[in-house]
Design a protein around this ligand. Structure first.
Ligand code: XMP
Length: 317
């Protein structure tokens, strides 16, 4: 019978055996999978695991620092790299979703590779690949695999001639969470909503600027904090805020405003392949809308996405 405790025990022993005194580099994303993979590897090889956490400037408000703090708190050997400007430069002028994804993937590989080269004699690349990722990347089924190019699986550049170690590649998501719990990883990491690799870049429709990112981070933080304080965060599978490429008229005091619109998106799902929009309470939506419009400069209208997947997707790009 599969149990998280026995998985942890046998996997750590197998990793020790496989890796010996070899060094491993691993890119942390802040998500559940890479975090659990890192902690398992850390138990097996300690300081020979070199974690790299890249700030692409497209994470949620304050997320880079708070996640980096919790990784350090867990004792991981982790290096945080501020690459915000490199990502913003690469995104400048791009508005097509796949072009944005490709630019982000390319810069990530460059930044990661630079950092990996600084680890002398590294032999392995650690990855948080889970079983559904393996299936999705070898078959051509699944709308998210075929319609959008995901960047968190495979795609190793030629110049990184590392062997790959993927301790979670036989597990499903719920098993990864159970393993994470058995390892004592904090709920703030294990209970996190899924978040796309390209981050807020695909939640800003059209071209991405640091100013739009800053506005979206503020609005999104209000949305997410309200879901938490209303006690619904854990019932929602994924939530986020989308910056729409439209301006609309509003009034503020005696003034006519002509500003941006954000859309709130919250869905229920099991695996992200299908999803229903969440019937959030009207009172909660009203509170979030007021808080955003009153506090986030540049936003004068908030809308709620009531589309399910299919035929809509969870993300707008
Ligand atoms: P869609 O929008 O296809 O999203 O319904 C399904 C799930 O996949 C996530 N998603 C991505 N994750 N890179 C990622 O790592 C991507 O480019 C990407 N696009 C969508 C999305 O957030 C949802 O959880």
């Amino acid at each position: 019978d599969w149990t998280a405790d026995s998985f942890v025990e046998t996997t750590i022993a197998a990793l020790k055996e496989k890796l010996g005194d070899d060094k491993v580099v691993l890119g942390l994303s802040g998500g559940v999978d890479s975090s659990v993979a890192a902690v398992l590897l850390h138990h097996a090889i300690g300081k020979n695991l070199y974690c790299i956490f890249v700030d692409n400037g497209l994470l949620r408000k304050d997320e880079f620092q708070s996640v980096l703090d919790s990784y350090q708190h867990m004792g991981l050997n982790v290096r945080g790299i501020d690459a915000k400007q490199r990502f913003y430069d690469a995104l400048s002028g791009l508005s097509e979703p796949e072009a944005k994804r490709k630019a982000i993937g390319r810069v990530f590989i460059e930044v990661f590779d630079d950092a990996a080269h600084e680890v002398q004699d590294v032999k392995w690349l650690g990855q948080g690949t889970i079983y559904p990722d393996v299936i999705e990347s070898v078959s051509v089924k699944g709308p998210s695999a075929t319609i959008k190019s995901h960047h968190n699986v495979g795609g190793l550049p030629d110049f990184m001639k590392l062997k790959v170690v993927e301790p979670l590649n036989t597990l499903f998501k719920d098993e990864v969470r159970r393993v994470g719990k058995a390892l004592g990883i904090d709920d703030t990491i294990l209970g996190r909503h899924p978040f796309p690799g390209p981050g807020l870049a695909i939640r800003i429709l059209g071209d991405v600027t640091p100013e739009k990112v800053a506005i979206l981070q503020e609005a999104d933080a209000i949305f997410i904090n309200n879901l938490r304080s209303a006690g619904v965060y854990d019932k929602v599978w994924q939530a986020g805020t989308i910056f729409l490429p439209v301006q609309s008229v509003g009034v503020m005091g005696d003034e006519r405003t002509y500003e941006n619109v954000v859309c709130l998106r919250a869905v229920e799902s099991v695996d992200g392949m299908t999803a229903d929009w969440c019937h959030l309470p009207y009172d909660l939506l009203a509170k979030i809308s007021n808080e955003i419009i009153n506090n986030v400069k540049g936003i004068n209208r908030v809308v709620y996405d009531i589309s399910s997947k299919p035929p809509a997707t969870i993300e707008w790009e």
